[in-house]
Design a protein. Sequence first.
Length: 689
Amino acid sequence: MTATTDGSTGAQPPRAPSAGDTAEKTAPPAKTRGSAKARAKGKAGKTGRARTAVVRDTADAAREATARATDFLLSAQDPAGWWKGDLETNVTMDAEDLLLRQFLGIQDPELTEAAARHIRGEQRADGTWATFYGGPGELSTTIEAYVALRLAGDDPEAPHMAQASAWVRAHGGIAAARVFTRIWLALFGWWRWDDLPELPPELIYFPKWFPLGIHAFGCWARQTIVPLTIVSAKRPVRPAPFALDELHTDPRRPNPPRPPAPATTWDGVFQRLDKALHLYHKVALRKPRAAAMRSAARWIIERQENDGCWGGIQPPAVYSVIALHLLGYDLDHPVLRSGLESLDRFAVWREDGARMIEACQSPVWDTCLATIALADAGLPADHPQLVKAADWMLAEQIDRPGDWAVRRPQLPPGGWAFEFHNDNYPDIDDTAEVVLALRRVRHPDPQRVAAAVGRAVRWSAGMQSRNGAWGAFDADNTSPFPDRLPFCDFGEVIDPPSADVTAHVVEMLADVGRTHDPRTRRGIAWLLAEQEPSGAWFGRWGTNYVYGTGSVLPALAAAGIPGSHPAVRRAVGWLERVQNEDGGWGEDQRSYQDKEKWAGRGASTASQTAWALMALLAAGERDGEAVRRGVRWLVDTQLPDGSWDEPYFTGTGFPWDFSINYHLYRQVFPLTALGRYVNGGPAGVPVGA
């Protein structure tokens, strides 16, 4: 379902910390079976029987909920064997789709109105648009949404439009928007190209080791920046269908001058570098520049996927189409035709006629998580639908090098990507989870599975960074310089190792019997060193500390770290302290900006409650009160069809800057948690053993 906003904050305000919430106070020691029995002797038999009845009722209810959730998830599988939920982000995807069509001259009235219907439906009561459900209004998102609605014919004097433009002016106008928003406006003359950071196409010639070369950027930024170097060099301007004076604080001075940062600071250095690049733009020799643009175009075309897209994500595809079109590729050229067709496949049509654009599609990720959930819920390992899922995943393994090979040229391929088609950019996170999923299936061709797992393990281990941890797409993608470029204000642009990805790899290596491998031990040491003083772990690709902690504790348990380990006890104590009064767990996206106020705080959600439960169960807390209350919350909030509702955004593209609501998270993670509660932990240890 599409989340609609009503102007409220949506998120549960953080409760005031109690005396036990200080970072210095450690969690109490784990309750042993012996101590529990000793305490029980001093209690009335009636109390003990009541407690047993409550636990038994919870377990029975969990079994019933698990069965319903299993049936629901099985019914959602595609006949080809994969699962895919909607990937909901924010309305900039829809706005930029309309701007692209306007730029190319391929407007379609039906698509325009369908997109406008979705955009209007996401507007907050204060006239703004947010980047996540219940979040605050965001300037660039609001500007792009407003412009898109004007393209759709909405009257700027209409109440919803006037309210939006007034808010934009009050928050600095277009001049305060991010660079990407101003690039889109520059395409129509609504902003001056001279007032944008310069991005020269000669960047394509920088050596691979150079700290500002294209391979210093994360793969998602790299794929976007290369086509934008062509756009930046060409500086196209299409006729604007209307003026946007109402979005400037002062239309006579749309970009008021601001003093530069001191020359002794990194910001000052890069601002002055940008001034030099603007001068170079004016004197660049035509033939060398044209050659650089041709090299960039060749780089782009070589990375187009079989389905016409680039990297399986929307932004590189949009800018690649624009860049190639500026170089003379007409819209009927096979490269552009297939590129535009691929963008149409990112559209999700709602029952009310609204059209939402997905930034990306997640079938491999959804399928491996669904397989793990169903197996942990007790579905037979040779169930036909699990075998079909395994067959589909096996066929998706990537057997050729991609950009990752720049840093690992001798490493044979063997990973999986996130999307349907993305052979250039397999990711380590998906690969680890696919291996865990395949090993839960009893496949009729075990040698085929073993060979695929072997290739994946070799590739994943070889992608370890120098510090012992793993990033998502590249090894050692940690240059400190790309983030400092004036151009790079749109979110994370490098791919450093993270606790959640590292944890998944450690869990996978332990699962295949490599617990004592030096690479595994280095990964464990890195995780233990990265624990926050609170006891939590930062979550890079899910929100946030609940996700990080929910990833790390199962990995530590799989690698043989006992539940009594001090790091595990600190994490358990933190999860118990941030549990909501209703028994669930939640964490707002604002924890990325304000850790002190929001870490582990937010309205309870099905996916985040499941992450916390997965962590606690891995730590040996099955019989604890926190687990019982969390399980009860999942049971009580389950819908009659076996699913859960979750409008909140619990996924992360860029921390704070780009948030995601994976519509299948609300299903796969609760089922995993309930299955492990009912049947045993992630290592398959029977309950009570």
